[in-house]
Design a protein around this ligand. Structure first.
Ligand code: 13P
Length: 287
């Protein structure tokens, strides 16, 4: 059932658990996540980055595929179709395309411009029955080979953005996208505590879910994180399982070359990973 992310995240915040945002790349990815959420009786958020959206032919194609798949598979758990790190333009495009949730990432603007643009998009999203995520403090990660460490958000700026009526807030607390470097300092819980104090009931979002030790994820949830984004980890397990299939020569046995067979181990690996994360975040049985 496609819905805005608001209700599932407000419930998660009140119930002290997290909802996973799992990014999608294609039909197999989407099917794997939908079926696992249904099996676990868990809400879930399908994240779509601009790059993945373009790869899948555009946001309209993505929205049409997800809506039809949700119906064809008879999915009854709450599922949000969410733009990940959207620009101002992409946010508007996804509203028109029929997403149920958007993230406007205005973290590269100064705070005044971030506030101005976020405010405008809050109205647009809410007028269309959609939820909206905003960001304060850059989330680091690899960009053109340079790994940024992630800038911690200013708790006062978080409050200013939260007060605009957004539904969830991504605030940098030392988290980065992709695999964490050896010398990563870990999540900055003192910053998270201050953000939580200032923003109260606002569901907080932890980006860069790949590779954060389970104990840190659990602690972040107790300190107000209600949405955890996972992308790279599903890509890693999908690719490893596919490599294993090919390296074992299984594509050369019988009709092992059939794409449905070639992709099956990778899909299973995504399902296992999503299941593991749903259990870690505590959203199983919470649909
Ligand atoms: P990872 O790729 O590190 O899991 O991060 C995902 C994410 O935060 C998407 O916005």
């Amino acid at each position: 059932m496609l819905v805005s992310a608001k209700e599932m995240l407000d419930k998660a915040k009140a119930g002290h658990y997290g909802v996973g945002q799992f990014n999608i790349n294609n039909l197999e990815w989407t099917k794997a996540i939908l079926l696992t959420a249904q099996e676990m009786n868990s809400p879930a958020i399908l994240g779509v980055s601009a790059g993945a959206g373009k790869y899948m032919c555009g946001f309209k194609t993505v929205a049409a595929m997800v809506k039809a798949m949700d119906a064809d598979l008879g999915i009854t758990v709450p599922i949000a179709l969410h733009l990940d790190h959207g620009t101002y333009e992409a946010s508007k495009e996804c509203v028109a395309a029929g997403f149920t949730s958007i993230m406007f990432d205005g973290s590269s603007y100064d705070i005044a411009e971030n506030i101005e643009k976020t405010k405008e998009l809050v109205k647009l999203a809410h007028d269309n029955g959609m939820s909206i995520e905003a960001e304060v403090g850059a989330i680091g990660g690899e960009e053109d080979g340079v790994v940024g460490m992630g800038e911690c958000a200013d708790p006062d700026e978080c409050k200013q953005i939260a007060d605009l009526g957004i539904d969830m807030l991504a605030a940098g607390i030392g988290n980065i996208h992709g695999v964490y470097p050896e010398n990563w300092a870990g999540l900055q819980f003192d910053v998270l505590e201050k953000i939580q104090e200032k923003t109260g009931t606002m569901p907080l979002v932890l980006h860069g879910g790949t590779g954060i030790p389970d104990e840190q994820v659990k602690r972040a949830i107790t300190l107000g994180v209600s949405k955890i984004n996972v992308n790279t980890e599903c890509q890693l397990v999908f690719t490893a399982a596919t490599r294993e299939y090919i390296e074992a020569g299984k594509d050369k046995v019988g009709k092992g070359f059939d794409p449905r067979k070639v992709l099956a181990p990778g899909v299973q690996a995504i399902q296992d990973k999503v299941k593991e994360k749903i259990l870690l975040f505590g959203s199983d049985g919470k649909a």
